[in-house]
Design a protein around this ligand. Structure first.
Ligand code: TPP
Length: 654
């Protein structure tokens, strides 16, 4: 076992049980015995659980179990108060080893092992196939490999921002190390000196397809060391070594530590050991008695089968998490003759909200950037609040996950990036965040074909389609700088996941019929409602977000020629109000104008909503119909039939 020296980290004493927190440098004798007994029983439970469910992952669970037991029994966590805010965070990144995690949590007193075995992988049970927060003690739903370390970064940042002195342990697989997101996260942890993170790798040298070296050669320890981590190598079945490594990592190491724990897949049962087949397959019923005999545990399979047949265990009650109220500050109104871009209005509103809250009581805030702060307008925040600003470089996957993880704590987490990178690039991370009930505020700039000259690779035209494929994310497209200001303040003060979509160019201030800013001082933004910009008859033009300025230009041209149509502005695509949908259907023709793929955008959402309300009208969808080329936004809009003249022409034909 490799030891390193360094200064004491000084974790504050807490009211956790006195043996917890890895304070003692050596594993106390009595705990050695307790953990040894627990490990034998837990290995048996892993076999029983997966066999009863006829699926699951026993191999990695059995190689990880000694580490799981040491963590859940010896870290500063509490089976009595699993969600207390100052607990250590134990993140399981190799979520498929849920049988190991559930068995260890049961052994540590979180719940009865029998209910996990009876409920494992049954519909409606909290004990899902991959670790889920529905089980007390589980911090993050995982299964999509490679995300756990970034989750840990979010927790470590929360510890720093909130001043709560807890440690974060992230447990991973060795095959999992092939995932690129982990290398992003490694560098981030070192850059931000997150000494309060310890990574642990279950180095059982096997994955689904066989030996990790054959699947993808990788020098795991050397890669972590090269990125600046303190590396400790141990025998992952030796309880003394596991404990001592965790003590060193928690209290002595002067940088983030990774513990590379050599283990044996299927450890404890002779015919399972070192067999990749047991990565994801349970022991056959005929072999169970032999396995349980070797472990020296009782064979109560018939009893458990009967318990399982009785139905699924109930869900656990989780107390509502504390969230500090966010003050929205004083709105900024851009005058009728001001022309600025929505992203600048976002930057100004963000700073204003930050000024109203940072330094206040237990308010914590982090703003994340991926090398685009100047363009996405968070540079002003970064200058004023350097301790709250996190420059993660071109590491979008880890940024999405880490900011999501922070947002799930009592903290405001903001990530601003180009739409292409904050949405399409990181959809899986956004989806997993949503599953984890995060409260992310993602501000996407440079969306749509109006990003122009950067061309089709940068034209984010599927933001709604992607986010609307989740159940939680809400997409909002502000129309002009004034509405952007109000929407930013609203979003920052609300729980839940929001993606605010903005373009790049400067926009005119949208005005009312008297020439005053429409979204100005008298305007109150109400989520889920559209705005009637101009009233008319017969035909309605519904504009999404910044397309309103083109819509208004078209309306003026039509008006000059004596045709008065209704002009609508729709910012909140995810929640179209049923009454407003019905009102729209009273028009003979409805034209939608959006800077989004027309196949999956606002027009399509409206059509679906109308059918649900049992109303209909003739719908014309104007928007992006192909990957556009590189060019000036005005030229691209013209070629796609989205400019004011094309809209006028289309409406005249109606
Ligand atoms: C991103 C992602 N890709 C693929 C999978 C499918 N998968 C589940 S487990 C696994 C192998 C993991 O190997 P390892 O980390 O060594 O775990 P162990 O075999 O030791 O349990 C794979 C490829 C996944 N869950 N997530």
């Amino acid at each position: 076992m490799q030891q390193i020296s360094g200064k004491e980290k000084g974790i504050e004493s807490t009211m956790f049980d006195n043996w917890r927190g890895f304070k003692s440098p050596k594993l106390p004798e009595e705990w050695h015995k307790k953990l040894t007994d627990m490990a034998r029983e837990a290995r048996g439970n892993i076999i029983k659980m997966t066999s009863l469910a006829a699926s699951g992952h026993p191999g990695g669970s059995m190689s990880s179990i000694d580490i799981y037991l040491t963590l859940y029994n010896m870290a500063n966590v509490s089976p009595q108060e699993p969600w207390r805010d100052d607990r250590d965070r134990i993140i399981i990144s190799h979520g498929h080893t849920s049988p190991g995690a559930y068995s260890a949590l049961a052994a540590a007193g979180y719940f009865e092992a029998e209910i996990a075995m009876a409920g494992f992988r049954q519909a409606g049970s909290p004990f899902e196939g991959h670790v889920e927060q529905s089980v007390p003690g589980i911090e993050w739903d995982t299964g999509n490999l490679g995300q756990g370390l970034a989750v840990g970064i979010g927790k470590a940042i929360y510890s720093r921002l909130s001043g709560k002195k807890f440690h974060t342990y992230v447990f991973m697989g060795d095959g999992e190390q092939q995932k690129g997101q982990i290398s992003e996260s490694r560098r981030i942890a070192v850059k931000y000196e997150l000494k309060n993170i310890t990574a642990i790798i279950d180095y059982n040298k096997l994955q689904i397809s066989g030996n990790i070296e054959d699947v993808m050669p990788q020098n795991i320890a050397a890669e972590w060391e090269a990125d600046g981590w303190n590396v400790i190598t141990i025998d992952g079945h030796n309880l003394d070594q596991i404990y001592q490594a965790l003590h060193t990592a928690t209290h002595i190491a002067d940088r983030p530590t990774v513990i590379v724990a050599t283990t044996v897949m299927g450890k404890g049962v002779s015919f399972m050991e070192n067999k990749a087949g047991y990565h994801g397959a349970p022991v056959k019923p005929a072999d169970i008695p032999q396995a349980l005999k070797e472990l020296g545990v009782t064979d109560n399979m018939e009893e458990l089968k009967a318990k399982r047949a009785q139905g699924v265990p109930p869900l656990f009650k989780r107390p509502a998490a504390e969230r500090t109220t966010v003050k929205t500050g004083t709105p900024i109104t851009y005058a009728a003759d001001v022309k600025t871009d929505n992203r600048s209005a976002f930057g100004a509103a963000l700073l204003s909200v930050a000024e109203s809250n940072i330094g206040r009581g237990n308010f914590s805030m982090g703003v994340f950037d991926c090398d685009l702060a100047g363009s996405v307008k968070t540079a002003g925040f970064a200058k004023k609040y350097p301790d709250n600003f996190f420059q993660f470089g071109i590491s979008e996957h880890s940024t999405a996950t880490a900011s999501g993880s922070l947002s799930a704590e009592n903290a405001l987490a903001v990530w601003a990036d180009f739409g292409m990178f904050a949405i399409a690039e990181t959809y899986n991370q956004a989806r997993l965040n949503d599953i984890n009930h995060t409260n992310m505020k993602v501000f996407c700039t440079h969306c749509g074909v109006d990003v122009g000259e950067d061309g089709k690779t940068h034209q984010s035209i599927d933001y709604f389609a992607l986010m609307n494929s989740t159940f939680g994310w809400k997409v909002i497209t502000p129309a002009d700088p004034n509405q952007t200001d109000r929407i930013v303040r609203y979003v920052l003060s609300q729980p839940g996941n929001f993606a605010v979509i903005m373009g790049r160019p400067k926009l005119p201030t949208v005005t009312d019929e008297n020439g005053a800013p429409f979204f100005g001082n008298d305007y109150e933004y109400k989520y889920g409602h559209m705005d009637v910009i101009r009233k008319g008859t017969g035909i309605a033009l519904a504009c999404a977000g910044n397309m309103l300025s083109i819509g208004l230009e078209a309306w003026n041209k039509l008006n000059e020629s004596g045709l008065q149509i209704t002009l609508l502005s729709i910012s909140d695509w995810s929640d179209l109000h049923p009454d407003e949908i019905k009102a729209m259907a009273t028009n003979k023709h409805l034209v939608t104008l959006e800077d989004h793929n027309v196949k999956t955008g606002l027009g399509t959402a409206i059509a679906s909503a109308m059918m649900e309300q049992n109303v209909s009208t003739h719908l014309v969808k104007l928007g992006v119909t192909e990957y556009a080329s590189s060019g000036k936004p005005a030229d691209l809009y013209k070629s796609l039939g989205m400019d004011a003249d094309s809209v006028v022409e289309k409406i005249r034909t109606l």
